[in-house]
Design a protein around this ligand. Structure first.
Ligand code: NAD
Length: 360
């Protein structure tokens, strides 16, 4: 029997609604498998601005640092949209990732066979479903490189941003991707732009060198422009994709879109050690907040990732994933994934059905 401390950050909008269903699931697996999950709630985002005047209070960061994993709902909403950039709820997200030293973002993009019709891709492309994991570098590259403006004598005002990666940064993200591939189908696609960028050429050298330590993993390389194309042309070819911050930002959004259901997709942000931040990829959906309409599955699947990546409880992760698939196979849908003619269930009911499936 294990004992784990989880900090829960419900956030804003639909955040508290989806989080309360995820908490039900944590309670159910704790009881079924005899683990103790101690939950502590803290504030992040708009609710923290209202209560403390800042999106990420020091007390929140401290409690997150002292826990084994963090579960986040979503932050933001129209109420805080006019605040300056560094005072907005979303600044709390960047702050917490940096504060916890999280340098890797893992985003699965899964199309379940029972939800194939939700994908914008043709049935012959989706085949029996898609299961891709995008591993994105989170704290380096062009988003954090040197930038500036200057006057060009001939062309006037100009600006630059710099893509820079060290061997150290490349190695730590690629190692994490190899480890993820080892837990899946043992295929890793490294995406770069090595035909043009020097930083990509170093990236390729480092990943090739590292691959010697993972002889079981089949490593391939793809240029980012081709990867963007292949994701819509033949997505079933991918298992794990590893790439830089900017390429990962774009490709992980593309991979999510081909699933057709933003309310279904979880994510994990990881660093050294086992402390991770788990959250649905969707936002706070103010348009449906407080109406029992939000799909809680992305958050429940984030709990599954937490069990797997922070606690090493693979059996529980599998149980949660299977429960979700079974509920979908029985035909239950929230509004966002219901095709016409199907009466959708609400957030609470979807959570209850998944919990019942887990309890068995
Ligand atoms: P959004 O993801 O909140 O919503 C986009 C659309 O998807 C909406 O129509 C919404 O109703 C729907 N949707 C999202 N999640 C759903 C769910 N679980 N079930 C059913 N439908 C769902 O994106 P947005 O509208 O661009 O942003 C709203 C707010 O969320 C903004 O303040 C934005 O800054 C913030 N945001 C936060 C995060 C985060 O917390 N990680 C991420 C993205 C956006």
């Amino acid at each position: 029997m294990g004992k784990y401390k989880i900090t829960v950050l419900p956030g804003d909008g639909i955040g508290p609604e989806v989080i309360s269903q995820a908490i039900e699931v944590i309670g159910a697996v704790g009881k079924k498998y005899g683990h103790e999950f101690a939950l502590e709630e803290a504030m992040l985002g708009g609710c923290a601005i209202d209560a403390f005047g800042v999106p990420l209070p020091d007390s929140t960061l401290e409690v997150c640092k002292s826990s084994d994993a963090v579960l986040l709902g979503a932050v933001g909403g129209p109420k805080w949209d006019t605040l300056p950039g560094n005072k907005r709820p979303e600044a709390g997200l960047l702050g917490i990732r940096a504060g916890l030293g999280l340098f890797a973002n893992l985003r699965p993009a899964v199309i379940y066979s029972s939800l194939k019709e939700a994908s914008p891709l043709r049935a012959d492309i989706v085949k029996d479903g898609i299961d891709i994991m995008v591993v994105r570098e989170l704290t380096g590259g062009i988003y954090f490189g040197k930038r500036g403006r200057y006057q060009d004598e001939k062309m006037g005002e100009a600006a630059f941003d710099t893509e820079a990666y060290s061997t150290f940064e490349i190695e730590r993200i690629c190692r994490l991707a190899f480890e993820a591939a080892m837990k899946r189908n043992k295929r890793l696609m490294s995406v770069d732009k090595a035909n043009v960028l020097e930083s990509s050429r170093l990236w390729r050298e480092v990943v090739v060198r590292l691959s010697k330590e993972y002889p079981e993993v089949e490593l391939s390389h793809m240029y980012v422009d081709n990867a963007a194309m292949q994701l819509v042309r033949n997505p079933v070819q991918f298992d794990v994709i590893v790439t830089s911050n900017m390429f990962g930002d774009i490709l992980s959004d593309e991979a999510s879109m081909i699933t057709g259901s933003i309310g279904m997709l979880p994510s994990a942000s990881l660093g050294y050690g086992t402390l991770g931040l788990y959250e649905p990829i969707h936002g706070s959906a103010p348009d449906i907040a407080g109406q029992d309409k939000a799909n809680p599955i992305a958050t429940i699947l984030s709990v599954s990732m937490m069990m797997k990546y922070s606690f090493g409880l693979d059996e529980i992760a599998k149980k949660i994933d299977t429960a979700v698939v079974n509920v979908l196979n029985k035909g239950y849908r929230t509004g966002d994934i219901a095709s016409s003619g199907i009466k959708p269930v609400g957030t609470k009911e979807m959570g209850r059905l998944i919990k019942e499936e887990i309890i068995g």
